[in-house]
Ligand binder design. Structure first.
Ligand code: HT7
Ligand code: ZN
Length: 872
C-alpha cells in the first residue's frame, strides 16, 4: 500500500483562490457544480498538470473559463481529476458531478442521516463531494448555493453568513452562504433537512452580537439547553483566558444521529454526534453532561486553534488537536474542580494513551509517515498532544505561555502551519530554547522515569537520582532524552513542607526540577530530616514513574501531600502494588490491607475533601492499569480475580460504614448537573459499586436504587454495577431498562454498553443475538461502538478469553462492518493492541484470529493498515 511521508511535503503548484459551489439536493442524485478560481504559483513551470483529488464522483461536465474541455485535455480516474495543461494564468475551472448521499454508509463526504443531508469532510471527505485540492494547506473562500425541496429540507445551512435565500420554483427553495475566512476544504460543511432548533445570542467583548442556534430533530429541542449554555460559557472563557473573540455573525450547531466521531469544528457550522448534544436528567448522566460541555467547548475553541490557524499537512494534526484538547481541559478545570479534572484526564491518558504508546500501534504525536490518515486521530495525537502543551505551559510559567500563545495568534492567523512554527513562537516570545523539547512531538513511547533517593543525617543532605529511559517503539529503535518538568516538594516527618539551602547537580527552579539528560543526581543541602519526596505533582509530565517509595511512604503522602493529585496517586500506587504482587502469587498481609483500608476510610470521613475527589480516591485502579503494571504474560482473568479480591478484602469489613455514608449522601433536591451535585452522586455511586462488590446486601441496594432513581446517573450506575457483576438481578433489570426507555436511541446505547460489559461467559452469545436482530441499526456508529467498542475496550476478561471466542467475535464483526464503514471497523480493531502483553495461550489465540482476518483479504485500507501494524 501507498505510504505518505512528511519529508515529501511540497505545496501544490496551483492555488485555489475562491470556490463557488452549487448543490441541487433531493433529486435522484445530488448534483454539485463547482467553479474554482485557480492560479499557478509564480514558480510553476508551463505544462505542469493540475491534479485534483476526487473519489466516487461521476463527472458530467468540465470547462475552463466557460469553454468545455476536450477529452484529451483531462483525465478523470478513481483517485481524482488531472487537467493536463492548464493555462499559466488565473482561470476558472468548472465541473459538475453527481453523488449518491443516500448510499454513503462510510459517513464521509455528503451523506444522509435520519433524513438529513449533512457532510463530514475532515480529513479527506471533501474529495467525495467535488474535485478539489483536498489538503489542509489549500485555503480558499467559499460561496455555497443550495437548492432543495422545501418539504424535505426547510433548513439549509453552510459555513459563514447567510447572504440570500428564496423560492426556487417547483416546491423548491434556495439559500446562499458565504464564508469570508479562507479555509481548507476539510472545514467545509452543509446541512439540509427538516430540523427543529433553539436560538440564543452572545455579545462579544468588543460588543458584536452573534446569533447562536442549535438544530436537531423535531421534538428534541428541549434537550439542547445544556449544549447552548456550554457554548455561551465557552465563548466567554476563550475571551477571558486567551483573548479570543468569535468572528462571524452566526454560530450554528447541528446534531445528527449518524456520525463517525464526536463532533466537527466546521467554520461557523459545527456538526455534532447527537449523543454530545442531547441531555435531560431522565436520560443523560452527569458524565454525559460533562462530556457535552467539554466537546462543545473543544469544537468552539477550534475556531482559533484549527480554523483561523490550521495545519499545513496532516502530519501536523496535533498542532490543532493537542492544543485544543489542552484548551478544553483548562476550560473544564476552570468551570469545575481543577484537581478532579486533572485526575480524570490522567486516568484517561493512562488507560487509553499509555497502552497505545506501549503497543504495536505506538506512534509519535507528530508522525512522519502514514498509510491512512483516519487511523491517526488517536489518543496519542489528542491526549498526549495536550500533555505536551501542558508541559510547555509548566516549563514557561503561565505568563510566558500566554505571551507565546498571543504571538502564535498574531503571527500565524490565516495560515496553515507546523509544529515547528508553534514552538518557535514560544522561543521567540520568551527566549527559551525549545529544540530539545521538540523531541516530545517526534518520539513515541512513554518515558520510564526511575527515582532513587538517600538521606545523610550527618551532613543533612538529601540526594535524588532521577533517570529516564524510553523503550523502542515500532520504527524507532533508539530514543533520546526528553525535557521532563518535574513539579515537586519535600515533605517532613510531621507532614509539613520542607525547605533546603541549596541544590547542586541539576536544574531546579523553585518547585520544579527539569530533567533533560538520561540521569541526574540532585543534592539538596540543609535538609533537617529525612523527607518523603512528592514528585510529578499534578502529573507534570506524561511518564511512568518507578520509585522506591514504600507503601508506608505512599500512605504518608496520601495523608499529607499538599498536592491533591499526588494524594490520589499515592493511594492508587498502594493498591496497584498489592494487586501486582498478588497476581504474581505473593499474597498480601493483613497489615497491608488494614493500612490501605484505614487510609481510604479516613479519606471518606475527611470533611475538608470534596465528594468528587473522594469518589476518585475510592476508585481501585482498573484492570488495564493493573495489567500494564504487571507488564508481560498477563492473564486478564487472574487480574480480574485479584482486583475483586482486593475490593472484598478492603471494603467488606467496613461495609456498614460505606452503607451509612451512602445513605447520608441521599439527596432530594431537583437534579442539576453542577459540580457539587454531580460530585455527590459520583461518591454515592462509587460507594454503591463497592458495596455490590464486597457485601451481601449490595446487589439488593443497587436494585432498589435502580427502581427508585429519578435521574439517569443514579439509575445507570446501579444497572452498570449489577450488569458487570451479572448478579441474578441483572437480566430483569436490563429488560426493564430496555422497555422503560424504548424509542430513545441514546438510552439504547447505554443498554448496549451494559450488555457488553457483563463478565459472565454468556455475554458473547447475547451480543451475537443483539447484532442478529433484524431491527438492530447495523450502520449506526453509536450503536455499533456502544456494543462492540465497549466489549473490546472495557471487558478484557471476556474479550481475551483463552478459548479465543472473544477475539473471533470481534474479527467477524470487523469483517462485516468493514465493507460498510471502514472507520468504525478499524477503530474496533485497535482494541487488539494489548495482545503482545498477554500470557502465551491468549496471545496465540489473538494472533490466530488476527492472521485469519488478514488471510481472508479484501479489507479496507483503514483496517488493513491497523492489522499490518498490529502483526508487524
Ligand atoms: N477535528 C474533528 C475530527 C473528526 C473526524 C476525523 C475523522 C473522521 C470523522 C471525523 N469527525 C470529526 C473532531 C475534533 O477533534 O474536534
Ligand atoms: Zn479537535
Amino acid at each position: 500500500e501507498h505510504t505518505i511521508y512528511l519529508k515529501d511535503y511540497a505545496p501544490s503548484p496551483y492555488r485555489i483562490v475562491s470556490v463557488d459551489l452549487d448543490f441541487r439536493i433531493g433529486e435522484e442524485a445530488t448534483r454539485v457544480r463547482a467553479q474554482l478560481t485557480v492560479e499557478p504559483r509564480p514558480e510553476t513551470a508551463p505544462g505542469t498538470p493540475l491534479v485534483l483529488d476526487g473519489e466516487e464522483l461521476s463527472l458530467s461536465s468540465i470547462a475552463i473559463d466557460g469553454a468545455p474541455l476536450m477529452l484529451s485535455a483531462y483525465a478523470a480516474g478513481p483517485q481524482g481529476l488531472t487537467i493536463v495543461e492548464p493555462p499559466l494564468r488565473r482561470f476558472v475551472l468548472e465541473t459538475e458531478v453527481s453523488l449518491q448521499p443516500e448510499g454513503n454508509t462510510k459517513l464521509m463526504g455528503l451523506y444522509r442521516s435520519n433524513g438529513v443531508w449533512c457532510t463530514q469532510c475532515e480529513p479527506e471527505g471533501f474529495r467525495r463531494i467535488t474535485y478539489y485540492l483536498d489538503r489542509p494547506d489549500a485555503l480558499a473562500t467559499f460561496k455555497v448555493t443550495m437548492t432543495a425541496p422545501l418539504a424535505l429540507a426547510p433548513v439549509l445551512l453552510a459555513n459563514g453568513n447567510l447572504v440570500a435565500k428564496g423560492d426556487a420554483g417547483d416546491g423548491r427553495h434556495f439559500a446562499v452562504w458565504e464564508d469570508p475566512f479562507p479555509k481548507p476544504a476539510y472545514l467545509f460543511a452543509l446541512v439540509a433537512g427538516d430540523l427543529g432548533s433553539i436560538t440564543d445570542s452572545f455579545t462579544t467583548a468588543s460588543g458584536r452580537k452573534v446569533d447562536l442556534a442549535i438544530y436537531c430533530e423535531h421534538g428534541k429541542e428541549d434537550q439542547c439547553d445544556w449544549a447552548m449554555d456550554s457554548l455561551k460559557r465557552s465563548m466567554a472563557w476563550d475571551e477571558r483566558r486567551f483573548g479570543r473573540e468569535y468572528d462571524l455573525d452566526m454560530f450554528n450547531i447541528v446534531a445528527v444521529s449518524d456520525f463517525n466521531f464526536g463532533a466537527m469544528e466546521n467554520k461557523g457550522l459545527n456538526i455534532f454526534n447527537d449523543r454530545l448534544v442531547f441531555a435531560k436528567p431522565e436520560t443523560a448522566t452527569d458524565a454525559n453532561y460533562a462530556g457535552i460541555e467539554r466537546v462543545i467547548a473543544h469544537e468552539y475553541f477550534h475556531n482559533w486553534t484549527g480554523n483561523r490557524i490550521t495545519c499545513r499537512d496532516w502530519f501536523q494534526l496535533c498542532l490543532k488537536e493537542g492544543l485544543t484538547v489542552y484548551r478544553d481541559q483548562e476550560f473544564s478545570s476552570d468551570e469545575r474542580s481543577r484537581a478532579v479534572q486533572r485526575i480524570h484526564d490522567v486516568q484517561n491518558l493512562r488507560s487509553a494513551q499509555f497502552p497505545e504508546d506501549g503497543g504495536p500501534l505506538a506512534h509519535a504525536p507528530r508522525p512522519d509517515q502514514y498509510r491512512e490518515i483516519n487511523n491517526f486521530y488517536t489518543t496519542t495525537v489528542y491526549e498526549k498532544g495536550a500533555e505536551i502543551v501542558r508541559m510547555l505551559a509548566t516549563l514557561l510559567g503561565e505568563a510566558d505561555f500566554r505571551k507565546g500563545m498571543d504571538l502564535y495568534f498574531e503571527r500565524h492567523d490565516g495560515e496553515a502551519t507546523t509544529i515547528e512554527a508553534f514552538l518557535t513562537v514560544f522561543a521567540d516570545a520568551t527566549g527559551v530554547d525549545l529544540e530539545q523539547f521538540k523531541t516530545w512531538y517526534l518520539q513515541a513511547g512513554t518515558p520510564q522515569v526511575t527515582v532513587k533517593d538517600a538521606y545523610d543525617a550527618a551532613s543533612q543532605t538529601y540526594t535524588l537520582t532521577i533517570s529516564q529511559k524510553t523503550e523502542p517503539t515500532p520504527g524507532q529503535p533508539t530514543k533520546s532524552p526528553l525535557v521532563i518538568p518535574i513539579k515537586f516538594g519535600l515533605i517532613g516527618p510531621n507532614g509539613s513542607p520542607m525547605g533546603w539551602n541549596a541544590v547542586t547537580g541539576g536544574s531546579v527552579r523553585d518547585d520544579m526540577i527539569v530533567l533533560d539528560q538520561e540521569s541526574v543526581t540532585l543534592t539538596f543541602s540543609g535538609v533537617a530530616n529525612k523527607p518523603v519526596p512528592s514528585l510529578f505533582r499534578g502529573f507534570s509530565a506524561p511518564v511512568q514513574v518507578h520509585s522506591d517509595l514504600t507503601q508506608e511512604d505512599n500512605l504518608f503522602l496520601a495523608r499529607h501531600d499538599s498536592d491533591p493529585f499526588n494524594r490520589w496517586e499515592a493511594l492508587q500506587d498502594v493498591s496497584t502494588a498489592l494487586m501486582v504482587d498478588a497476581a504474581r502469587g505473593k499474597a498480601w498481609g493483613n497489615a497491608a490491607i488494614e493500612a490501605l483500608r484505614s487510609a481510604l476510610a479516613e479519606t471518606l470521613a475527611n470533611d475538608s475533601l470534596d465528594d468528587a475527589f473522594k469518589a476518585q480516591a475510592l476508585t481501585i485502579p482498573d484492570e488495564s492499569l493493573i495489567a500494564r503494571a504487571i507488564g508481560s504474560d498477563v492473564d486478564p482473568e487472574r487480574v480480574h480475580a485479584v482486583r475483586s479480591e482486593l475490593i472484598r478484602a478492603v471494603f467488606a469489613p467496613i461495609a456498614s460504614t460505606l452503607e451509612a455514608a451512602y445513605h447520608g449522601l441521599t439527596s432530594t433536591v431537583p437534579y442539576a448537573p453542577d459540580t457539587a451535585q454531580s460530585g455527590r452522586r459520583s461518591l454515592r455511586n462509587r460507594l454503591l459499586s463497592l458495596l455490590v462488590q464486597s457485601s451481601d446486601g449490595g446487589a439488593a441496594l443497587a436494585a432498589k436504587q435502580y427502581g427508585e432513581a429519578t435521574n439517569m446517573t443514579d439509575r445507570l450506575a446501579a444497572l452498570a454495577v449489577i450488569g458487570a457483576q451479572w448478579t441474578p438481578e441483572a437480566p430483569a433489570l436490563l429488560a426493564d431498562f430496555r422497555t422503560r426507555f424504548a424509542g430513545d436511541p441514546l438510552v439504547f446505547d447505554k443498554w448496549l454498553t451494559v450488555s457488553a460489559s457483563a463478565h459472565d461467559d454468556g455475554v458473547i452469545e447475547r451480543m451475537r443475538a443483539i447484532l442478529a436482530d433484524p431491527s438492530f441499526p447495523r450502520n449506526n456508529p453509536n450503536r455499533l461502538r456502544s456494543l462492540v467498542g465497549t466489549f473490546v475496550m472495557g471487558n478484557p476478561v471476556q474479550f481475551t478469553r483463552a478459548d479465543g471466542a472473544g477475539f473471533r467475535f470481534v474479527t467477524e464483526f470487523v469483517t462485516d462492518v468493514d465493507t460498510r464503514n471502514p472507520q468504525v471497523a478499524a477503530r474496533v480493531l485497535t482494541g487488539f493492541r494489548i495482545w503482545p502483553l498477554l500470557e502465551p495461550k491468549r496471545r496465540e489465540a489473538a494472533r490466530s484470529a488476527l492472521t485469519a482476518l488478514q488471510a481472508a483479504g479484501s479489507l479496507s485500507r483503514n483496517s488493513a493498515d491497523i492489522l499490518t501494524r498490529m502483526l508487524a
